[in-house]
Design a protein. Sequence first.
Length: 182
Amino acid sequence: MNIEQRLQCITEQQRAYIQGTVEFVNDEWVFFDEEEEEALLLEEMTEGKIELFRYGQWLHGYLRENGTVDTGIGILPLQTGDRVRFHKRFSYAYQQWLAALPDHTFFQFVQWLNKLGFSLYDCLYCYNGLLFAKYTGVNFIIYDNTELISNVQHYYERGNTYKDHFEITFNNGERFICTQFG
């Protein structure tokens, strides 16, 4: 299963979106990020996919150059003050790390991470040794859920057998170990 298929199989992850409002300023659509309190050009926020809050629900669509959103069932013009959101993007190293996990390990890791109060989208940094064709090693992934910061250490072996061992340490000193998924 590829990463897009895997993400469709799991429950909605907390903090998976960048959300804010739009405003038409100087002939350009500007996105105001609610969380970061930053203003950015709307076209820089997305590769086309956008969700627009209308009629009491989030409508999935594609942003068009003329300030409209094509939802597949109609084209809606953006209006100043509209609420929009985008899926957060994973860094290349993190996305490749997630994709390299066997399916059963991926799903169990997500469940474990969620149980500890973190989302896949809380990732701040990922060192992925697998990108360097190492068959044994440790990957480091740092997460921040706004309440705690955690460091996941993923010890792995690749070759004839796949072995995955995870440890997580929180900034409050708590530590958990999962010896083997799968």
